[in-house]
Design a protein around this ligand. Sequence first.
Ligand code: MIC
Ligand code: SF4
Length: 637
Amino acid sequence: MNLTEKILSAHLLGAAALPKAGEEIALRIDQTLTQDATGTMAYLQFEAMGIDRVKTELSVAYVDHNTLGTGFENADDHRYIRTVARRHGIRFSRPGNGICHQVHLERYGIPGKTLIGSDSHTPTAGGIGMLGFGAGGLDVAVAMGGGAYYIRMPRVIGVRLTGRLTGWAQAKDVILEILRRLTVKGGVGAVMEYFGEGVGSLSVPERATITNMGAELGATTSVFPSDGQTRKFLSQNGREDCYRPLAADDDAAYDEIVELDLSKIRPMVACPHSPDKVVPVGEVEGLPVDQVCVGSCTNSSLSDMLLVAAILKGKSISPRVSFSVSPGSRQVLTQMSECGALADILAAGARILECACGPCIGMGNSPQSGGVSLRTFNRNFEGRSGTADAKVYLVSPAVAAAAAVYGKITDPAKLGDPPRISLPEKFTVNDNMIDLPDFSGEVEKGPNIKPIPIGIPTPEKLSEKVLLKVGDNITTDHIMPAGAKILPYRSNIPYLSRFCFGVCDESFAKRAKEAGHCVIVGGENYGQGSSREHAALVPLYLGVRAVIACSFARIHQANLINAGILPLTFVDKNDYQKIEEGDEIEIEGLRSAIENGGEIYAVCHGERIPLAAPFTGRQREILLAGGLLNYTKEQEK
Ligand code: MIC
Ligand code: SF4
């Protein structure tokens, strides 16, 4: 077996053996995590399920996204999460303690365990040999209640690593190279499993950079073996007892193999506005840069920070560049201060930000108009930075530091040989910003927390106007933007709904509200990116009954089904051309077809367009009930 199969088999529920790829499997989930921007919804849904205590081995609620606090909203949400966590048995990582994925790796990751998180970068945990899945808040709530997590059995793509990184090449360049080759759709339906003699040269934080951005490939998750590097990282964190070796069998088979010689990797850059628009740094060299940001769950480990500090030591940031650094965790920041790296970065002219997501999700530090921003982050979708016409490039910490010094995109080779970084034998561990639950206290909700919309059972006939037609690779950032102005309202669906699809069509929200109900037509890979279930709950609130697309991204499709919105696909992708915005469509016999697996046709301009509804039995029942909450209630009766 390969490693993915081993971990999946050990967690398989209700079946003796793993089925073939594409069939639904139910998994036992050992750990869950939430962050605050999706956590309030997850806990509201958990409360609605009426379960007293979480049933997982470990559940942690992190606060890392909404930390600006421009009004009472964020603080109220934090208080709600803190009190609901305390009451129901969930650990609470306070704002300032760090980004969920970084802290989880340091403090809680255990090789061989399963984790789901209400954040699409939960696969970061694959760096420590866990299977981590990004999911909607409702799926996380169900797992906290002891319920199974359902996915389609993934294909397993083996990435054989040979050689080792040389010169200025970094882990970020490895995943950028994979994105260049496979694109943002290349991992759909698959787990990226790394193996081969090159694996041993990569540290856990380097592996985590690679598994983190597996999310950008559309992969179900990514995973590395657990070996001496894993043991070392756990030991540095005072958790060596959690170590267990794990690897694929020598004769393991993969559905596909990608060969990657680490010694051939060179510094790369992902150009605007997609993480797969990757070119070697030389192709964009010389482009003037206005902003450089180091941090995010992709590249905010201690070694990333120490490298940047070593490059900047004794130098000054170019006067044209605003240079920010957000360490991934308080542990990382503490150690930067203990070893003097923080002083070196400060002396060079850095702006030190909180240990949080910050600019990655547009919470402050938006670039200037039309600005060029180089970021060590994982997403450069249009508008995500908070500046509509900014151009965001994704780079390694080394390329970021070089650009900060020279004020333009520069091959770090210009800096001479890469500095040598040494990490402490033992990290400075301090868990006093993680509150342990004591199952007591009142749950406190502020006025920003509004009720969640509830879906309606699938009707027999759908007669709708196409209120919006969009193209390929629409992200959940398009559907439900984030950023400093909007993010504080993640617990307030009615208010959030004003901004739905604002990046594509500012009039959509108003038109949808007036129409009362409608459908949306999309292209390939609809709903890629963030796991935010708001991209389903807000359309539900606005009356979206179905989305007809060429294909869907995994997490978003699950969120639509959970919300009771039908994700239908074109049988013939060319039919995408036949439906235009403003058209009226009719689907007869819909409920019966979902129930019995019959054929579905949308009639548009008198023409019958065949649609596919490739749902599992459980998904059909959820849709018929009008969403997972209704379905769960029906099951309880
Ligand atoms: C993101 O990187 O897009 C986020 C913000 O972390 C999201 C979650 C969210 O929208 O709250 C994600 O990746 O799932
Ligand atoms: Fe936070 Fe950015 Fe990571 Fe999302 S991608 S969890 S916003 S740091």
